[in-house]
Design a protein around this ligand. Structure first.
Ligand SMILES: *Cc1c(COP(=O)(O)O)cnc(C)c1O
Length: 507
């Protein structure tokens, strides 16, 4: 039996297979694709947990992406995880004191996005072959810093694809920016915009479903897709490390098989934590998913009051990848909270999109018991980095610090029912050297970028990763910045340039 995907916003008229949904990215009605029924794992938990990362990934991906053949899926997983991460465990747990950090930053760009974005291009190319498509795929991506680099690293020079990344000029860390503007690859374009991440994301969604643009591209045999976590092919690979984390703690005796655990997740677009919720639906014994936000606390308010309200100040924080007011993947959770009633969900989303604020009815709110939410301000973020360093000589990045602070708060509130708590560690601290140095030395470093990296490496035991060292001498290849209003022009120009290039080749 084939598993179908449907949009969150319309009744089930045009269901797609997994490979079709991956190619499509965003649904034409602006909804997100979700499976029409919750997949079931084919083996029991103990069997699944005994597997290594790639084998576990195969078992989980297979039930979500069931129109991929076993051979194709295995080839995708091999290409994604063989030799691309600096550890064969892919996502190792590091336990210090009572804290279990799930290190998701061992991939090529040093952020958790690699886990999914090393795999997504493989899935997309395979999907194109499955449908014998003569089209090229143009990936449009909005980034708050890490998705852009990880997506380009995955898609660079992948045949028949082209990728365009928009990042907020003032909203990414210097290292994140350096990583992006030095990206090589014939098919990559990276552009700064004069807005924030929400502007980038909103406009990318508009362009993806702009009929005039879509038709023009279709004439040139180009089809849009997305590498943001609105793409189901990005979300599903993230379910794997929740199981893998649990498996590691069972194997080392910290957790008894079947015992429940909590996860604390530094949250921006709600993709990472939503993957944890899917893991729970598949039977992973999770008690609570702790939604950790920085000063941009839309989600904290949402989970504590049921009101989704983006009408507030936007803060640039030391955890830029979470500087988000509108979290795309919340829509998928809302869809389930409305008992998969697309009309009710669409009405809620329209209210939110037009008024900037929408209130969840009580019946839907009562379905959200898997989540608790905390927000952490800038001072507590720095204090937490310093606390982990002085107590355990363990260095964490500012995003992980936000999740750690939330975990500590949650544990204090639930002392009597303590259970193992896994903190998702989403970036290597050397991606944010100024912040970490500031946290550890208590003075605002005057050094930027590479001087701060050097100073930091003198303070901590963690070696500077090669991917960071290489950046220093990497050539800047992408200096373009544009106003938000020019995003669609840029997309059209970039993609029609491509056409003239391929003509030249033929001539
Ligand atoms: C993207 C990102 C997050 C937030 O993840 P979402 O899936 O967007 O909620 C947290 N930390 C880091 C370092 C990131 O790059």
């Amino acid at each position: 039996m084939v598993l179908y995907y449907r949009s969150t916003r319309s009744e089930q008229t045009q269901n797609l297979t997994a490979s079709e949904a991956i190619l499509q990215g965003l649904a034409p009605d602006n909804g997100l694709y979700v499976p029409t029924q919750m997949p079931q794992l084919k083996e029991d938990l103990a069997t699944l947990l005994a597997k290594d990362y790639p084998a576990m990934a195969f078992s989980i991906l297979k039930v979500f992406l069931d129109d991929f053949s076993d051979d194709d899926l295995q080839a995708c997983i091999d290409a994604a995880y063989q030799d691309t991460f600096d550890t064969a465990d892919i996502t190792p747990i590091r336990s210090v004191g009572p804290h279990h950090f799930l290190e998701l930053f061992h991939g090529p760009t040093l952020a958790f996005k690699d886990v999914a974005l090393q795999l997504l291009p493989q899935l997309m190319v395979t999907a194109m072959k499955m449908h014998a498509s003569d089209k090229k795929v143009a990936i449009l991506t909005a980034t708050s810093g890490d998705t852009g680099k990880a997506a380009m690293a995955g898609f660079a020079d992948v045949p028949n694809t082209k990728i365009i990344v928009f990042y907020p000029q003032a909203g990414v860390s210097p290292i994140q920016k350096q990583q992006m503007i030095t990206q090589v690859g014939q098919n990559v374009t990276v552009v700064g915009i004069d807005g924030n991440f929400d502007d980038a994301q909103t406009n990318v969604k508009h362009i993806l479903n702009d009929n005039m643009i879509v038709k023009k591209l279709a004439r040139n045999h180009i089809q849009f897709s997305s590498a943001n976590s609105i793409n189901i092919g990005r979300l599903v690979p993230q379910i794997v490390y929740y199981f893998n984390a649990y498996g590691q703690l069972v194997q080392n005796g910290t957790v008894k098989l079947g015992e429940t655990v909590d996860f604390s997740v530094p949250t921006g677009n709600f993709g990472d934590i939503l993957a944890g919720w899917y893991a729970k639906q598949l039977g992973l014994p999770i008690n609570k998913l702790i939604c950790a936000s920085n000063a941009n606390n839309v989600l904290t308010d949402f989970f504590t009051t049921g009101v989704y309200n983006r009408k507030r100040d936007f803060h640039l924080t030391s955890s830029p990848s979470m500087d988000i007011l509108v979290s795309s993947n919340l829509e998928r959770l809302l869809f389930y909270s409305f008992d998969q009633d697309a009309a009710a969900l669409a009405k809620f989303m329209t209210t939110f999109e037009t008024k900037g604020r929408a209130e969840l009815p009580d019946t839907a709110r009562q379905k959200l018991t898997d989540f608790v939410a905390f927000s952490t301000d800038e001072v507590d973020t720095l204090t937490t980095i310093r606390l982990m360093q002085t107590k355990y000589q363990y260095t964490i990045d500012p995003h992980t610090a936000v999740a750690t602070h939330a975990a500590i708060q949650y544990s204090q509130e639930h002392k009597s029912e303590a259970r193992p708590l896994i903190i998702l560690s989403t970036a290597n601290p050397y991606k944010f050297p100024e912040v970490v140095l500031h946290a550890l030395t208590n003075h605002q470093p005057s050094e930027t970028d590479f001087a701060a990296i050097q100073a930091l490496s003198n303070l901590i035991e963690l070696p500077v990763p090669k991917a960071i060292r290489r950046l220093k001498h990497a050539k800047v290849l992408h200096e373009q910045t544009i106003p938000v209003a020019k995003m669609s022009d840029l997309v059209l120009n970039t993609l029609s340039e491509d056409k003239s290039k391929s003509k030249d080749v033929k001539n």
